[in-house]
Structures are given as C-alpha cells and as structure tokens.
Design a protein around this ligand. Sequence first.
Ligand SMILES: Nc1ncnc2c1ncn2[C@@H]1O[C@H](COP(=O)(O)OP(=O)(O)O)[C@@H](O)[C@H]1O
Ligand SMILES: [Mg+2]
Length: 502
Amino acid sequence: MLTVRGVSKRYGSVLANDGIDLTLNAGEVHALLGENGAGKSTLSKIIYGYTRPDAGEILLGGEPARLRSPRDARALGIGMVFQNFMLIPALSVLENVALFLKDLPLVLDQEGIAGRIRAIGGRFGLQVDPHALVRQLSVGDRQKVEILKLLLAEARILIFDEPTKVLAPHEVEGLFQVFAALKAEGYAILFITHKLREVVACADRITVLRQGRVAGGFGPGEAQVGTLVKMMFGESGGEAPAAMAPVGGGTQPILELRGASARGAGSETTLQGLNLTIHEGEVLGLAGVSGSGQKELGDLILGLRPLTGGNRWFRGEDASSWSIARLRERGVAFVPEDALAMAAVPGMSVRENLSLGTGAVYRRGLAVDWRALEAAMGASFEALAFPMPPLDSPIAALSGGNLQRVVIAREMAHGPSLIIALYPTRGLDARSAASVRDLLRRARDGGAGVLFISEDLEELAEMSDRLLVLFQGALVGEFPRGSWRLEDVGRLMTGSEEVAGV
Ligand SMILES: Nc1ncnc2c1ncn2[C@@H]1O[C@H](COP(=O)(O)OP(=O)(O)O)[C@@H](O)[C@H]1O
Ligand SMILES: [Mg+2]
C-alpha cells in the first residue's frame, strides 16, 4: 500500500532520517522500533504530510504521492494517531468525529453519525458512547475516538505514534485486539514504539531504526529479542568502556530509599518499592526508556511527591517527610527534565532565576546581594565553560540549551553534596554536554553523590560507577562498574527479559 523510498530529513546538525526505505502492506501490523531520538516521529510526520523530507519520496500503490500537508495525506487515506490526541475536550465524541468527516454536511445528521460510530465501534472493539463529552472520557477511550475518527474519514493506512505510552497495561491489550480486527479487514498499520515486548506481541513485520537509519528488518517469526536489542542500541555492546577508574573510596550513604513507593496519577508511572542508595563519591547511573518513572523518582527523592509507602533517609536521618527546601538547605541540587517548567520562572530575568532556591546565601536582611550572586554564578559558568547569557534578558527568551545551562550553572554553584540530574545533557551541543559530564565527575571526585539519569547507554557507561535499570516503575537490575554489558542493560530497559527466547 505504501512505500517509503530513500527518505532523509535533517534538523540542523541532526540527521533525523537518513535514507529510510520501508514498505507497508495491506492487512499487516508493521512495527517501527527504535529508542528515543531514533527518528520514528520524524518519519511518521513525513508520511502524514506534516513534514517535508529533504530527499526521497512516498509511494502509494506504487505511484509517487503528493503529500504537501496532512490534508493531502487524509485525502489519500492516510490517518495518524498522534502521541498527544487531537480532540476537542468540550465537544462530544460525535461532534469530534463529525468535524473530521471527509465531507462535513451543513446540517449534522446526529443520529446517523451516532449509528455509524456504534457500528464501526462494535466491529473493531472501539465502543464509546457517541454522546459522551470527550473531556469525560478516560485516556484509553479518547484514543478509541481518535481511531474512530480516522476510520469514519475512510483512512486505510493508520499510523500510531507510540500509542501505548499513555495506556494502562490492560488497555494496551485492548489496543492490540483492535489492531488484529483492523488488519483482518485489510487496513495497514504502522505501529511506532520503543517497547520490545509490544513489538513481539503484535507485529507481523519489524523495522528497527537507529540514529535515523534502518538498522534492520524482519518478517514474521524472524526476529530474535537479542538481535533486536543490539540493533536498537548498537553493536557497541560488549564491555563498557573503562574511560575512568571508579573512585571507590565513597561508601558513606547520602541518600537512601527503602521500599519507597509513590502512586502515579493518569499517565504517570507508579513507583513500586524502590530500594536505592546514593553514596558519597559515586555516580549512580539510572538507565531506562522514557516514561519508566524517572521523573517520578526525581520528584520522590526531592520531596515533590509524597511517599505512599517505605521511607527516605538523608545521611542517617529519616527524611521521609522533609520538604524540598529542607533538602536544598542540606546541599541537594536538582537538574530537572523540563528546565523551563520545573526550575525557572518564565516571567523573571536570567539574574532573578539564578537567585532562585539559593536566595538565602545572598540575602542581606531583606535585600539580595546581587553582586555576590553574580560573582558566584560567573564562576560557575566559567567552571562549566558555558557562555554567560545576558543577565537582564527574560529567561523565557533563552533557547532550550541556554536555559539548561543556566539551571546547571545555578545548581552547581555552591558545591552541592548530592546532585540529582535528569537528562542533564539533553538539548546541549556536544561540547557543553562534555563539560557538564566533566563537572559532575569532578563533583563526584570531591565527594558528592550524583544520581545520573539518562536514556543514552553510552553516556551512562562513560559516567556511572554503578548502574541501576528502571522499568515500569521498578528497579529491575543493578550492575557494579565493569560488570555490565550494554546489551543486557538494553534488554532490561525494554522489559524483554520476560520474553527472552521469543
Ligand atoms: N522539529 C525538530 N527540530 C529539530 N530537531 C528535531 C525536530 N524533530 C526531531 N528532531 C530531532 O531529530 C531526531 C529524531 O527525533 P524523532 O523523530 O522525534 O525521534 P523518535 O520519535 O524516534 O524519538 C532527534 O535528535 C530530535 O531531537
Ligand atoms: Mg517520537
């Protein structure tokens, strides 16, 4: 039904898609598997006419397709379920579906459309009340509405970009049943995911993307989990590089979680009985694919999320109910995943943002000693070899990378004793990323404990004295330095250990 031929797309220095070839047949689920940043969404947006490729083409039924916009794609029978749904919450299911119909009638035949929704819903396992308001629906039901919308708009090629990310486990099962029903009626499904188990559970064919390229393809029954893992994460597997010797001296625990649990609401991940210790003088690496509970864990350590079970210890004191302010006073620094939302106040200047959370250090009575603050922050930027942004500019005007640098410089300015760093190098150029890693290692050498959370296995291998693996809110593996093979870590990250041998 659809052929992708030699598609390339570059964003600045990133080659998001690099000469991709792929075919999609009627009556099959074709899984596009790859870790974060592999280029899956880019390819799907190109197929949907949302993004134009720099090179290559999309053929439909053997003919080059003119895809200048999603409207073109829809007219050609291509539909897409995005990671974030495109529904209007205040409208009913019926109205959302009607807005998407190919020829929206002037006068809505409400009962007629409701009847079609029920009929299609029954046929494919997509039952929802046509008159319910979308905002009252669960996430799983909203996804059903998205699919109904596409089916009623006569799409024959359905692209799902990480559809399971938002679903509870039992809903995932339901979605795969929907896939099976669709495929039996000749629909073509492109199923994008980074979860190996899901691919094994439902795909007829698999294409693995890595760093923008097709790393391999498999027909029914051909794929081995081990091979898939290697393809996703690269052959560099084998022994972790011994780039640096572990300091090893640090055995004093700084922070401990014992049986720590936290319930996640909505699409959040529930953390289940975590045991974890961060020692002085060590970088504890945390591997996991995105959405495994990294953000929730960061929040839990910092007291931004209450414990629903177990406890938290800080240097031998029960810190289960300590606030983030109290932890910060004890020298805990935090580089969050989303710097603008979590660590900066958008309406304030760079200078004011630099004073956040460190205010007490520079307070002279009611005033802030801005000069002392600037001197300390200047030194911190220097230590990181970061350019200092103009202090008077609004923080919201900075690029993502510059904002990340401001947060890191601020957090590192006062010799923290414990650093919780979520994806600290994300969005940084290679040189800045290297200097962040370098500074974290120097902090470690100076006796600080570092929790280093990343999805990048090579970076984790370079940084970690010890490595933990998080999967679906639970710690599923622990490796002392030098004892891990990236391939094993990759398996645990994708939950494929349970399907080993499939
Ligand atoms: N609009 C964009 N602008 C700049 N870079 C982008 C854009 N979209 C994607 N990228 C980059 O392209 C690469 C592939 O991204 P993406 O296709 O979203 O990967 P995936 O969906 O597999 O996680 C990443 O390095 C990402 O940062
Ligand atoms: Mg994506």
